[in-house]
Design a protein around this ligand. Structure first.
Ligand code: SAM
Ligand code: SF4
Ligand code: SF4
Length: 382
């Protein structure tokens, strides 16, 4: 039996039923913005998955053989409503969250998403500022929706695009979706002012690594920041292998060979990407040419300042992208819990956080497919 067959014997839906027990017997934790986890990391960034469905079947995320016609997606009744999401988001903001990223699955498949954005845009940080609200999308519906998203209060978008060669991209998304349609979505997003736009490219060796340079050339000087993401061992269905990872250092080297780069300072604490600017002839950063980013989740752990929490479509709080399970907040939400009780539960969970998977990865046994399984990225979002 192959590794993938072994994986298939455990229905994914069963894994989602579990849920970690909420902490009990601890002192209440109110939202003061001073919250820190057990490694001293604050809570600043909340990623909210609004659907577990997607119209793409990227092999590294939702391979067709697993996410087929028989796959059991979450039933509608178990999805958090927009009001429930906003109520939870308010408690996260009370604990110091300043940035919200909507994700999925494909977030633009969630009906009336603009209504959620309107509600989230009304929230204010502890300093009285609007939140930084953004969204990660595969771009397939962006041309159609960019204006209404902007009108609802979305500030910017990150668009995933794994290559410019149509044959390569169609193979990567595995639903025969054309590059031109994603580029058209990016263009409309730019026209309506959903910026600064970022483009994410997952690099998988022998699948799309030949697209690194064409992508760099295309987006250089466009005002769009292209970010290269190392192919990660998230979930349990993509059959990940280390030899399919193209280390960020190699990506930078391959671009450098044609387009000189220089390292830039991080623009914010907890930033996932290392920044590289295109160099001018004098060896200074050429701001007009712009920059790229590399996200080295596999070769260079950045758990030390990870300030990100993830809320699944059905209301589970995940403390790490590689977590096996989350804390189910829905019973609190749908029970009689007050806002203070919700905030306290979130605070207590975060205080107990010690996750640092990427830092520990190299010392963990290789995933044989038989141990406890990590949650899928399409379920908690990127
Ligand atoms: N569907 C949207 C999209 O593709 O942008 C949002 C959800 S997707 C799970 C979020 C991000 O995760 C995308 O940029 C995607 O490329 C990235 N991603 C998914 N699986 C990955 C993997 N195994 N390794 C690295 N990045 C991955
Ligand atoms: Fe869908 Fe995004 Fe996953 Fe691709 S990466 S299958 S577009 S959720
Ligand atoms: Fe954060 Fe977990 Fe990624 Fe480390 S492995 S950076 S703790 S999400």
């Amino acid at each position: 039996m192959s590794e993938r067959d072994t994986h298939r014997t455990i229905p994914l839906a069963d894994l989602r039923q579990a849920g970690l027990s909420l902490p009990t017997g601890q002192a209440p934790v109110s939202g003061t913005g001073a919250l820190a986890d057990s490694l001293g990391r604050p809570l600043r960034d909340l990623r909210i998955s609004v659907t577990d469905r997607c119209n793409f079947r990227c092999s590294y995320c939702m391979p067709k053989e697993v996410f087929d016609a028989n796959y059991a997606y979450l039933p509608h009744a178990s999805l958090l409503s927009f009001e429930e999401i906003t109520r939870l988001a308010r408690q996260f903001v009370a604990h110091g969250v300043q940035k919200i990223r909507l994700t999925g699955g494909e977030p633009l498949l969630r009906k009336n998403l603009e209504r959620l954005i309107e509600q989230l845009a009304n929230l204010r940080t502890l300093q009285g500022q609007p939140l930084d609200i953004t969204l990660t999308t595969n771009g397939s519906l962006l041309a159609r929706k960019a204006q209404s998203l902007k009108d609802a209060g979305l500030q910017r978008v990150t668009v995933s695009l794994d290559g410019l060669d149509d044959a390569v991209f169609r193979r990567m998304n595995d639903v025969d979706f054309a590059v031109a349609d994603v580029l058209a979505g990016i263009e409309v997003a730019r026209q309506v002012g959903l910026g600064p736009i970022k483009v994410n490219m997952v690099v998988k060796r022998a699948s799309n690594d030949q697209e690194i340079l064409p992508m760099a050339r295309y987006f250089k000087g466009s005002g769009i920041v292209l970010r290269f993401i190392e192919y990660m061992d998230v979930g349990a269905t993509n059959g990940w292998r280390m030899d399919q990872v193209v280390p960020s250092a190699e990506v930078v080297r391959r671009i450098q060979a044609e387009l000189p780069l220089l390292a830039l300072e991080p623009s914010a604490a907890g930033e996932t990407a290392q920044r590289w600017g295109y160099a001018a002839a004098a060896g200074l950063h050429d701001a007009d040419a712009g920059e790229i980013g590399v996200i080295s989740s596999v070769t260079r752990a950045f758990c030390g300042d990870c300030n990100r929490a993830r809320l699944s479509t059905e209301g589970k709080l995940y403390l790490c992208l590689f977590a096996q399970d989350g804390y189910d907040l829905k019973p609190l939400l749908r029970g009689a819990a007050s806002d203070a009780a919700l905030a306290s539960a979130i605070g207590q969970i975060w205080q107990g956080r010690s996750d640092r998977y990427s830092e520990l990865r190299s010392s963990l046994p290789a995933d044989s497919g038989s141990g406890p399984r990590r949650v899928e990225m399409s379920y908690i979002g990127g």
